[in-house]
Design a protein around this ligand. Sequence first.
Ligand SMILES: NC(=O)c1ccc[n+]([C@@H]2O[C@H](COP(=O)([O-])OP(=O)(O)OC[C@H]3O[C@@H](n4cnc5c(N)ncnc54)[C@H](OP(=O)(O)O)[C@@H]3O)[C@@H](O)[C@H]2O)c1
Length: 303
Amino acid sequence: MTGATRGIGRHAAARLLAEAPRLHLVVLARGTSGEALAESLSRHRDRLTVLEADLLSLDSVRAAADRTAHMLTAGSLPPLRGLLLNGGVQHTSSMVESADGLEATFAVNVLAPHLLIRRLGDHMPEPARIVLTVSDTHFGDLRHNLGLVPGPQWMAPEALARPGAFSSPAGVTAGRTAYSTSKLAAVHLIHEHARRLPPGIVIAGFNPGLVPATGIARSADALSRFAMRWVLPMLALTPLAAMPRTAGRQLARMLLDETPPPDGGYVSRERVVASSAESYDPARERELWDLAERLTAPSAPPA
Ligand SMILES: NC(=O)c1ccc[n+]([C@@H]2O[C@H](COP(=O)([O-])OP(=O)(O)OC[C@H]3O[C@@H](n4cnc5c(N)ncnc54)[C@H](OP(=O)(O)O)[C@@H]3O)[C@@H](O)[C@H]2O)c1
C-alpha cells in the first residue's frame, strides 16, 4: 500500500489490519512517516512491514518494488493478493519537479503507481486486486468538483509529464489543473492495465469524493488550508463530502469485499459508476502507456 501514512489511507490501513486478521500489510512510505504509522498501529506490528519509498523518485519506487518482490520470492511475505495505490499529491503550481526532473503531480499520481503495477504485477497470484485512488475532479464539471478544482486539460502525455504545463504554470490554477489531469491520466491507465493484466487480476479506481481534513491541500495558501481543516468538514454532514474515516473504510472495502470491483471499473465511494466520457479513449490510453513505460524504464534518459 502507498499513501497509508495519513488522511484517507491511514484509516484504510487500520481498517485492513483490524478486519482481516490474516492480512499482512506492506506499507511503502517516505522518511519518518512510516515509523510514525508503525507506532500508531503497534498492536498489529507483527503483521505490518514498512519499506522506504519516496514516490517522487522513480529509483526509490523501483527499489521498494524490487525489495517487496525479493521478500515475496523468498517466502518472507505471504502471496501478494492486493495493491492499494493511494499515495497522491496536489501542488499550487505545475512547476514542482520530481527527483527525475518530471512534473511532481504526474510523477506521484501517475508514474509511481504505473511502475509499482509493472514491477509487482508478475508477483501477484490470481485472483488478486489492484486499486488506485482516483478523483471525481477528473470529470471537470461543477457537479463533481463543486468548483474547488478546475477540470482536466488533456495534452500530449509528454507535455503533461514535464514541469510547466498549462497556462500561467506558476499559478494555483495550473497546479490544480495538473491534479485533475493526473487523475484523468490514472483512470486512463486503469483502462489500459485492465486490457493487459491477466484475467484473474482485477484493477479498479476508487473515488472518495471530497474528503476535507486530510493533508492533500497542505501546500495551499493559509485560507484554503483553514477552509479544508475547519469549514469544509461541515459538508461531511451532507452527501457532498465524507470524513477521512468514512473514505478509509470505503477504500479498505475495495480489497476486503468478497465480490471484487469490476475490472477496469470506477467505484465512487461505494457505487460502481462510469468515469467521465472523456476517460474512455483507447488511443490516448495507449499513448499514455507508451510514455509511462519509457519514463519508468530503468535506463530512462534524464528528463
Ligand atoms: N482529500 C480529498 O478530497 C480527495 C479527493 C479525491 C481523491 N483524493 C485522493 O486520495 C488519496 C489520499 O489523499 P488524502 O486526501 O488522504 O491526502 P493526504 O492526507 O495528503 O495523504 C496523502 C498520502 O500520500 C503520501 N505521499 C504523498 N507524496 C508522497 C511521496 N513523495 N512519497 C511517499 N508517499 C507520499 C502521503 O505520505 P506522507 O505522510 O509522507 O506525506 C500520504 O500518506 C490521494 O491519491 C488523493 O489524490 C483525495
